[in-house]
Design a protein around this ligand. Structure first.
Ligand SMILES: Nc1ncnc2c1ncn2[C@@H]1O[C@H](COP(=O)(O)OP(=O)(O)OP(=O)(O)O)[C@@H](O)[C@H]1O
Ligand SMILES: [Mg+2]
Length: 263
C-alpha cells in the first residue's frame, strides 16, 4: 500500500529536514505519532506512525471508515490526549513536551474543538456555554463576543436555552460558536455535520469556510461527507490508524488551475 505523506510544505522536501523557522511557519506538525491502548485481547495500536504538516490557513479533511482512528488523531493534535510516541507542534509550540496545565493553556488560546457529541455544559445556557472559553482565557467583553457568535450561528432566539432545550442541530451550532469565539489558530471539528439536516449542515459548513477564508483559521475536519471533504484544500485518507493516502480537495485544485491559467 502506498503511503503518501505531504512533505512539500513551503520548500521542505524531506520530512526529517525541518528547523526552528520552518516549525514556526506551520500551524500544525506531527512526527511519527502513535497511540496504543490496552484491551482484553492485549495491546491495540489505534494510531501508527502518522506524519502531518499543516500550513496556517489550510483546510484539511480527514476521512476513513469507522474505527480508522480519525477522532483519536484529532484529539492528539488538539492536545486533548497524549500520544504513546511521537511529537506534535501546534503553532510552533511542542505540545508533546507540555504537562496537562501547559496543554490546557495552549488549548485555551490556540484551539477550538467541536466534538462528535457536542460536550456542552448542561447547567449553562447556550450563551453561557459560548462565553465560557472566553472567560477561561480572561478575555474582555466576553458577553458581547459570545452574543455575536451566537448570532452568527443563527441562535439568538435560543440564547437562554439550556442544552436539553435545544435540538441536535442547535446544540451543534452552539458547539461551533463556542469553538470559534476564541478565534483559534486551529479549529478542529469531529463530524461537524454528522447530526444535521442538509440545509443546516450546509449553513454550518459555509460558516466554517467563511472563518477559514476571512480570518485564516486553519480548519481540520473529520467527516464521512465526501462532498464536504472535497471543499477542503487537502483530504487525508485514514485506514487502520494510518494516513494511507492524501488527495487534493476541489478548493486546492481550483487554486492550482487559476495559478496555471495566470502563467
Ligand atoms: N480508549 C480506548 N481504548 C480502547 N480502544 C479505543 C480507545 N479509543 C479508541 N479506541 C479504538 O480505536 C479505534 C479508533 O477509534 P476512533 O474513535 O479514533 O475512530 P474513528 O475513525 O473516529 O471512528 P468513527 O468514524 O466511528 O467516529 C476504534 O477501533 C476504537 O474502538
Ligand atoms: Mg470518530
Amino acid at each position: 500500500m502506498k503511503i503518501y505523506i505531504s512533505a512539500d510544505i513551503e520548500g521542505i522536501t524531506g520530512i526529517t529536514h525541518w528547523d526552528e523557522t520552518e516549525k514556526s511557519k506551520s500551524a500544525l506538525k506531527a512526527r511519527k505519532l502513535g497511540k496504543q491502548v490496552s484491551s482484553p485481547e492485549g495491546t491495540l495500536t489505534i494510531l501508527d506512525c502518522v506524519d502531518l504538516d499543516v500550513r496556517h490557513g489550510e483546510s484539511i479533511a480527514i476521512v476513513g471508515a469507522s474505527g480508522a482512528g480519525k477522532s483519536t488523531l484529532l484529539g492528539l493534535l488538539a492536545g486533548l490526549d497524549v500520544p504513546s510516541e511521537g511529537e506534535i507542534w501546534l503553532d510552533g509550540v511542542e505540545i508533546t513536551s507540555l504537562d496537562e496545565d501547559g496543554r490546557a493553556e495552549l488549548r485555551a488560546n490556540n484551539v477550538g474543538f467541536v466534538f462528535q457529541s457536542f460536550h456542552l455544559i448542561s447547567s449553562l445556557t447556550a450563551l453561557e456555554n459560548v462565553m465560557l472559553p472566553l472567560e477561561l482565557a480572561g478575555a474582555d467583553h466576553a458577553a458581547d463576543a459570545a452574543l455575536q457568535a451566537i448570532r452568527t450561528v443563527g441562535l439568538e432566539p435560543r440564547k437562554g436555552h439550556y442544552p436539553y432545550q435545544l435540538s441536535g442541530g442547535e446544540k451543534q451550532r452552539v458547539a461551533i460558536a463556542r469553538a470559534f469565539v476564541v478565534e483559534p489558530t486551529v479549529l478542529f471539528a469531529d463530524e461537524p455535520t454528522g447530526n444535521l439536516d442538509k440545509r443546516t449542515g450546509d449553513k454550518v459548513i459555509d460558516l466554517l469556510f467563511r472563518m477559514n477564508g476571512e480570518t485564516q483559521t486553519t480548519l481540520i475536519l473529520v467527516t464521512h461527507d465526501l462532498e464536504l471533504a472535497a471543499r477542503c484544500d487537502r483530504v487525508l485518507h485514514m485506514d487502520a490508524g494510518r494516513i494511507e493516502q492524501e488527495t487534493t480537495g476541489d478548493n486546492n485544485r481550483r487554486a492550482m488551475a487559476d495559478r496555471d491559467a495566470a502563467h
